[in-house]
Design a protein around this ligand. Sequence first.
Ligand SMILES: NC(=O)c1ccc[n+]([C@@H]2O[C@H](COP(=O)([O-])OP(=O)(O)OC[C@H]3O[C@@H](n4cnc5c(N)ncnc54)[C@H](O)[C@@H]3O)[C@@H](O)[C@H]2O)c1
Length: 437
Amino acid sequence: MRRPTTIAPPKGKLGVMTVGMGAVATTFMAGVELVRKKMSQPVGSLTQMGTIRLGKRTDGRTPLISEFLPLAGLDDLVFGGWDIFPDSAYEAAAHAAVLSPEDLAKAKRFLSGIKPMKAAFDRDYVKRLDGKHVKKARNKYDLALQIKDDIKRFAKTSKASRLVMIWAGSTEIFLKPGDVHSTIKKFEEGMKKNNPAIAPSMLYAWAAITSGVPFANGAPNLTVDLPAMQELARQHNVPICGKDFKTGQTLVKTILAPGLKARMIGLNGWFSTNILGNRDGEVLEDPGSFKTKEESKLGALEYIMQPKLYPQLYGNMCHKVKINYYPPRGDNKEGWDNIDIFGWMGYPMQIKVDFLCRDSILAAPIVLDLMLFMDLAKRAGMHGIQEWLSFYFKSPMCAPQLYPEHDLFIQSMKLKNTLRWMMGEELITHLGSEYYD
Ligand SMILES: NC(=O)c1ccc[n+]([C@@H]2O[C@H](COP(=O)([O-])OP(=O)(O)OC[C@H]3O[C@@H](n4cnc5c(N)ncnc54)[C@H](O)[C@@H]3O)[C@@H](O)[C@H]2O)c1
């Protein structure tokens, strides 16, 4: 990809469209509103709190990322989206019970004004959900065209000059890429013939890309991780990224695992189990949806440890992931990790992690950063897979000839170097030889 020579300024409003207005989407919207009202802090958001070093360590140039790049400001964000339930963002946030009643009350007026449009939904793809706020159509192609109409209408009513879309909907059943996903033509014919390998999330993605709207995928569904969608994104000059927000247990895993590997500490096994009681957990009780999530969660460790390169250290590693739906915990997940490691002369040791985490609190700043960076990428003329945003994902999308990069620290370096590259700044290698004779 060539370096962007110009980046169009972020003039006017940026319309953020969320597919699904559940726990993650409403926590994100409420947080943005409270930050705008100076009642809260955007903790966890790189675009709002992060800095970036430019030039030499002795130069003393470390601006905020938001000052370095022409990102959309929070005051310019407007929100819309879809859900299979007609509840406003306020009602959905109250149901999700992520935020305290006090915080929700502060955002009540704002959230009550955000009402979802009717969803493109099919129970065959999310078995544990049933809602009536859904579109009717002859076939999947018609459904996708209705989504395109929604996009146009939202741009008009919200007076947004630019749009971005994110899948924050439920995890769909496990699907494998097939012939129907291989080309744009086959995919579009497949929509007209109601091909079962085309899930609702793909209809939103098709509608977004063909409308020139960047699309990010926060769930482990295939959605845009398909040749047809990638070709479509190139044709329409649209950035896409995914998949599955990296929060909670996988975030911790991709922080710890690179550290163990960097020091050549051996690993016999990593057992991860969770209890969670939100709607996401309920959906994941269905074996089809769980399989999609499990595949996404299992990938990270194999890629980070590279057992083929280090057979003595990681060749016999056993990795298991369990998710248990346990309603009393609501959105407050508890994730346990038992890590069996070994050191010098093969002596065994153990690490235990007990993470009492809040899923949507960790996911909300990711949504914000993705939306601002995807808008930036579009204004910079970047299109197709945005691998530099791997930092935010459990199953990062990448070009077919590459393996995905899971190590959080490599991902972070890649992201910051991409920002420097976009702005014509020198890349930072951390070599540092220039400071010594
Ligand atoms: N919270 C996290 O830390 C985290 C991490 C990684 C991935 N995710 C993924 O993000 C997604 C959202 O998580 P959540 O906790 O907000 O779940 P949620 O169940 O609270 O919200 C999902 C919403 O999507 C709606 N929905 C489902 N299918 C739809 C469709 N076809 N069109 C429109 N709306 C649809 C549901 O009605 C629901 O309101 C899930 O797929 C989850 O797996 C979340």
